[in-house]
Design a protein around this ligand. Structure first.
Ligand SMILES: [Zn+2]
Length: 88
C-alpha cells in the first residue's frame, strides 16, 4: 500500500507540473502588449535579436516573429505591429 501511495503522489506531481507549464505557455502568448497606434495586440509579434536558428528563421518568414538582427542598441524595441509596421 505504501508504494501505491508513492506512485499516486508522483503522478499528482507530474500532472501539476504539466498544468503549470501549460499555463505559463498560455500566459506568455497573452502578454503581447497593445500596439500604441491601433491599440490592438493581434498583429503584435515579438522582435527576436541575435542570429536566428532554422526554426526561428522560418517563423520570421511566416510573420510569427520579426528578426531584429544581431546588433542590440541601447534603445532596442521588443515588439512589432505588422498592421501599422511600427516597432515599439
Ligand atoms: Zn498597430
Amino acid at each position: 500500500m505504501i508504494s501505491n501511495n508513492k506512485s499516486v503522489l508522483v503522478i499528482t506531481i507530474i500532472i501539476v507540473t504539466i498544468i503549470l507549464l501549460v499555463q505559463v505557455g498560455c500566459s506568455q502568448k497573452e502578454t503581447n502588449p497593445l500596439c500604441p497606434i491601433c491599440n490592438l495586440n493581434k498583429d503584435v509579434i515579438p522582435i527576436i535579436y541575435g542570429l536566428p536558428d532554422n526554426e526561428l528563421f522560418k517563423e520570421g518568414e511566416n510573420g510569427k516573429v520579426k528578426l531584429g538582427g544581431c546588433i542590440i542598441t541601447d534603445n532596442y524595441t521588443q515588439w512589432y505591429c505588422k498592421k501599422c509596421e511600427k516597432d515599439f
